[in-house]
Design a protein around this ligand. Structure first.
Ligand SMILES: Cc1cc2nc3c(=O)[nH]c(=O)nc-3n(C[C@H](O)[C@H](O)[C@H](O)COP(=O)(O)OP(=O)(O)OC[C@H]3O[C@@H](n4cnc5c(N)ncnc54)[C@H](O)[C@@H]3O)c2cc1C
Length: 459
């Protein structure tokens, strides 16, 4: 079978590249290969009753399928170059921001109209942070919420499926270059040839992406992993921040080691959830726009970035080992009261049930100091005390900490300014490129490549 373009992965990168290609060139024949299910068939079996924790489904409905890893996420589209990826280093700062706004416009047109755009511009919170040795990063944040995010994806799928050939449960296993075309083989042995191939396999496709780079001799580098905990506390403690900004990315430099600790993925009135990446259970969080689904708590991650230098290359392996330790001790995610952590006690089921902050996720009470490296844990404790100055109550003994939260980074693939590999016609976009780590950057990278391909058709 011969196609003009094969896209591997139907996450935001794959969706927005196919959207833009079809918009600019409706005559193109495009196949999207997706390892997971269509959106309406993505169901995680964890119901808190019969299935309480991850049973390692293949494919995992949280990470795989139409909508990608972000399908059931909080749908926070951060329009900024300050975090979420380094796309701007390849395409320029203004271009990156313009593309993120363009994606925002599409999200609004497909069901997101009426959702709020928050902004850090001209906020007094920035001054309050600076006065307390904390730094608020600049961003505009479109918060779709898990429910509206789903509607937007559903609407996009309804339109795209009329023009694009989507193949679900069809992971690509091999990409080869032969006689000026790319030959993509699926797990069922089907072969599709295409003039151009866009790989957008996301985080869950990171190991596979490594094998593609090895086979096609594409240079890569990898040296970073972020490790930390998810903090859960009464929503009122952070409401002065979250009501105005929704998501505040705050950075703190620790006094003890000079490490940077940052807040990440803030979910006002949200819930803590588990996440399974290749069999390793880590913690995450989400929230809903619908008030009926909201909780009394706000959760956010506190992460410390760990950069490694030569000769160590397996930064993700390091993060996985720490997550495995928590999985070994807690059977999954560990929960600990901040008060227990600083006084050197393991949290027990009794202590958690007496806590005034009621957990939104059933994790195993335990001791995070047995899991996390001391330097990282010290940094997190310091940051909690720093945050207590701008949001008093953060350092309460009843603040809940869930571990381990790990943010894995894909290795960086060597790409040019068009996100093209050294093989002309082979593009790598989104999180599997290592240059995006967010919905807006991944989507923007898809539009960027689609426009480049459109401009060069027939050349
Ligand atoms: C729980 C959760 C919450 C999040 N919340 C936010 C948020 O609020 N804001 C934000 O900016 N980011 C958030 N993120 C991160 C965001 O989801 C990702 O940055 C984004 O989805 C990356 O898009 P992508 O298209 O690059 O990859 P993905 O979304 O990971 O999509 C890749 C797709 O490729 C498929 N695939 C993988 N390998 C193959 C293969 N060999 N063949 C065929 N298909 C393959 C996968 O099944 C997947 O569907 C969240 C992530 C998670 C897990």
């Amino acid at each position: 079978m011969k196609k003009d373009i094969v896209i591997i992965g139907a996450g935001p990168g794959g969706i927005f590249s196919s959207y833009e290609l079809i918009k600019l060139h409706p005559e193109l024949s495009i196949t999207v290969l997706e390892a997971g299910n269509p959106l309406n068939k993505r169901k995680c079996p964890i119901d808190g009753k019969k299935v309480k924790s991850c049973i390692n489904c293949k494919p995992c409905s949280i990470m795989n399928g139409f909508g990608g890893a972000g399908a059931f996420s909080d749908g926070k589209y951060n329009i900024t170059n300050q975090f979420g990826g380094t796309l701007y280093e390849y395409i320029g700062k203004q271009q990156a921001i313009d593309l993120m706004h363009y994606v925002d416009g599409i999200n609004l047109a497909y069901g997101g109209a009426g959702t709020k755009l928050y902004s850090t511009a001209n906020t007094a919170i920035k001054t309050l942070c600076l006065q307390n040795n904390l730094h608020l990063l600049d961003a505009s944040v479109r918060h779709l919420g898990t429910d509206i995010n789903y509607i937007v994806l559903d609407n996009l799928y309804k339109e795209l499926k009329e023009k694009v050939d989507f193949r679900f449960n069809s992971p690509a296993v091999k990409v080869e270059k032969a006689d000026g075309v790319f030959r993509i083989t699926t797990d069922k042995g089907e072969e599709i040839e295409a003039d151009k191939c866009i790989i957008s396999a996301g985080r869950s496709g990171s190991s596979w992406m490594e094998s593609v780079c090895r086979d096609l001799d594409i240079p890569t580098k990898s040296n970073r992993v972020d490790i930390g905990v998810r903090v859960e506390l009464p929503a009122v403690l952070f409401s002065h921040l979250t009501d105005e900004l929704y998501e505040s990315k705050i950075v703190y430099r620790t006094e003890k080691y000079g490490d940077l600790v940052r807040t990440f993925c803030m979910n006002p009135r949200g819930a803590v959830v588990s996440e399974n990446t290749n069999g390793i259970v880590t913690v995450n969080g989400h929230s809903y726009e619908d008030p009926a689904l909201q909780t009394e708590n706000t959760n956010f991650a506190l992460l410390v970035a760990k950069h490694f230098s030569e000769p160590f290359k397996d930064s993700n392996g390091y993060g996985e080992s720490i997550a495995r330790l928590s999985n070994m001790l807690g059977g999954g995610i560990i929960i600990q009261r901040f008060g227990d952590l600083v006084s050197g006690h393991r949290s027990t089921a009794a202590r958690i049930s007496e806590s005034f902050t009621v957990p939104t996720f059933a994790a195993t009470p335990g001791d995070l100091s047995l899991v996390m490296p001391k330097r990282i844990l010290d940094g997190i404790i310091e940051m909690i005390y720093a945050l207590d100055k701008i949001a008093p109550g953060t350092a309460s003994g009843d603040t809940l900490l869930y571990g381990v939260e790990v943010k894995f980074y894909n290795m960086e693939v060597a790409l040019d300014e068009n996100l093209q590999t050294k093989h002309k016609g082979l593009f790598v976009i989104g999180d599997c490129s290592g240059i995006t780590h967010s919905l807006s950057h991944a989507s923007a990278s898809g539009v960027h490549v689609a426009r480049y391909i459109s401009e060069n058709i027939g050349k």
